[in-house]
Design a protein around this ligand. Structure first.
Ligand SMILES: CC(C)(COP(=O)(O)OP(=O)(O)OC[C@H]1O[C@@H](n2cnc3c(N)ncnc32)[C@H](O)[C@@H]1OP(=O)(O)O)[C@@H](O)C(=O)NCCC(=O)NCCS
Length: 266
């Protein structure tokens, strides 16, 4: 196995989380590309893992924490580590040491860049990105927001633990309209899919729906709301992990539009 830096050739593969086979990814739009181009100038690092035949099976992206969707100082933040685990496309590369090799490479790189430590996020549940996996690799919990755990590994004694940015506001209703508000950062194609679908579905209802995009790549905007990626329909939070289908989002908006038209929007 080899750890590689991101080069132009697998760039589009990286943008699609190595899921070039997936129909879902066709809905991801160009937000990740925009995010990459902005963050590349701000210290974003990406490493890929390839097997002995040169086939890429894993990726990790980490960024100076000041540019990420969490609070911290002098640390790097791993926003995503992913070893392709689906049978489709390039196939299942998990449980062969790629994840550990990517994590080690990121830690070594962050140390060499002078970071005081490295942070990552995971879920306290045994699926998706498990916080327990990082704990096995020496990370400790720094903060918690529901099931979302923020973990870190300290490199120097003067390092301060990272903190979640927590929600402080929610979008307001728009009188006489259905309000669809999409917060989008760009770092996660799954969340970019939600944004693209919500925007497209909103357009289907014409004037009845006001679609608002709130870009959170700008940290001041993110702090103002305490949100990085989220979808609200008439002020109600919609669960977006995993991304709801286009039909589901369209149905949620359509139900509100029907109520609005029936004159009893609540
Ligand atoms: C967490 C994750 C990165 C780990 O990747 P991985 O390549 O499977 O990790 P490793 O191979 O280093 O370790 C996984 C397990 O395989 C075992 N393993 C490693 N090499 C092995 C080998 N050659 N044979 C058998 N088992 C092996 C490890 O001991 C480890 O066991 P454990 O889970 O009981 O501790 C991967 O599971 C993943 O991508 N999960 C989803 C994360 C996600 O949702 N990311 C998106 C967030 S934006």
């Amino acid at each position: 196995m080899k750890i590689l830096d991101l080069a132009p050739e697998p760039y589009s593969l990286y943008l699609q989380c190595l899921e070039d086979w997936s129909d879902e990814m066709k809905d991801a739009g160009n937000k990740k590309d925009l995010w990459f181009k902005a963050m590349e100038k701000n210290g974003l690092r990406v490493k890929l893992a390839a097997n002995d035949d040169g086939v890429v099976g894993g990726m990790i992206q980490y960024i100076p924490i000041e540019r990420s969707h969490v609070e911290g100082d002098g640390l790097y933040f791993i926003s995503c580590i992913w070893v392709h685990g689906h049978k489709q496309g390039r196939g299942d590369f998990q449980k062969r040491g790629m994840g550990a090799a990517l994590l080690n490479a990121a830690e070594e790189d962050a140390r060499a860049l002078g970071a005081k430590g490295i942070a990552a996020w995971g879920l306290s549940l045994p699926f998706w990105m498990k916080a327990s996996w990082f704990k096995k690799h020496g990370y400790v919990q720094a903060d918690k927001d529901g099931i979302a755990v923020l973990l870190w590994k300290r490199f120097s004694d003067d390092a301060e633990p990272p903190r979640w940015i927590k929600q402080v506001r929610k979008p307001v209703l728009v009188p006489g309209k259905v309000a669809v508000t999409s917060f989008v950062n760009g770092w996660c194609p799954a969340q970019n899919i939600v944004y693209e679908r919500a925007k497209r579905a909103s357009a289907e209802f014409g004037d009845a729906v006001v679609f608002t995009e709130i870009g959170t790549m700008d940290k001041a905007t993110m702090r103002e709301w305490g949100l990085s990626d989220a979808l609200f329909i008439d002020g109600k939070f919609v669960r977006t992990g995993p991304p709801p289908s286009y039909e589901k989002i369209r149905k949620l908006i359509g139900t509100r539009v029907k109520k609005l038209k029936a004159g009893y929007k609540k």
